[in-house]
Design a protein around this ligand. Sequence first.
Ligand SMILES: C[C@@H](Oc1cc(-c2cccc(S(C)(=O)=O)c2)cnc1N)c1cc(F)ccc1N1NC=CN1
Length: 327
Amino acid sequence: LEDILTEGNPNYRWYSHRLLKGTIVEIDKSQIQINTLLGRGAFGEVFRGILLGRERNGNNTDIAVKRLSKCADEQSQDKFLLEALILFKFQHKNIVKCLGISSSNGGYMILLELMLGGDLKTFLRNTKDKQTQKSTLKVSELLRLAGDIACGLNYLESLHFVHRDVAARNCLLTNLGPNRVAKLGDFGLAKDILLHDYYRKEGTALLPIRWMPPEAFLEGYFSSKSDVWAFGVLMWEIFTSGFIPYPGLQNNDVMTFVRKGGRLEIPAICPQSIYDLMCWCWQNDTVERPSFQTIYKFLVITHKKFQSDECFSNDQCNEDRSSPRYC
Ligand SMILES: C[C@@H](Oc1cc(-c2cccc(S(C)(=O)=O)c2)cnc1N)c1cc(F)ccc1N1NC=CN1
């Protein structure tokens, strides 16, 4: 716990007071049936599973089981259990639920609600028309995905909890249908699954630098305003159907490009008003960036507008494109 119990970590007071005295449900492994492997990373594996007979009507519950590899060191075990405690404490419709933990012969498992739509990045890439390279989703559907995550982040902001890894790869969908809901699904360990999205700056941990503001990748300073910057990149991922940010640039070049004021360009189907919101999230000065409360309100209003227009892509919507298409 020492490396996350440092004063420098913005969530320090979370770790040192409220959470660690928290309690979490421990579920006996006999109640857990593990089925298909969903993914694996350096920390361990994630399986689809079933929690036997927990529903009031005696039915089983579909779950995702995150299992820490038995050879994990003490520190990884602490971080793993801390993530479970954090998820267990948070109660919000846009944050994936943790049902509890289980331990079996030295290995730990975190039990999570199973999100049948899978992760948001894969969904975005699978809903792209291969010919036109454009999303098959309506602008209003894309805006609702962004609004769901903004709502979850507004909740974390209100609790002064800094996520530090906001990105489409760490979000999940309840299902693939039109009534899908997006949720924050992974607090910081997903980096082991999608290593290529991360970059090891000399001597530091793996960093998602394409989602980070200058104060984070230059000075290691994380705050809710660095989560806001990352959310701006997440909106860009949503409107590009899951492109990797700064295509063609190497990690080092991304840091130089951003430090010199370079920004992601407006995606083809993105309304100018939404791109302006992204640019607002990418202000150099953290105080100039919007709060998640402001972002969420803006997205709700814009979603209603596009829902009424029922337009698919921007060129079908009466959105003015006269203003410049860059930040
Ligand atoms: C930890 C894991 O949690 C989950 C994954 C899937 C899930 C992920 C992928 C596919 C399917 S599915 C639709 O085939 O059941 C379900 C469903 N529900 C979860 N609670 C996760 C959380 C995230 F925020 C992002 C990615 C993943 N993983 N972990 C391993 C693969 N993705």
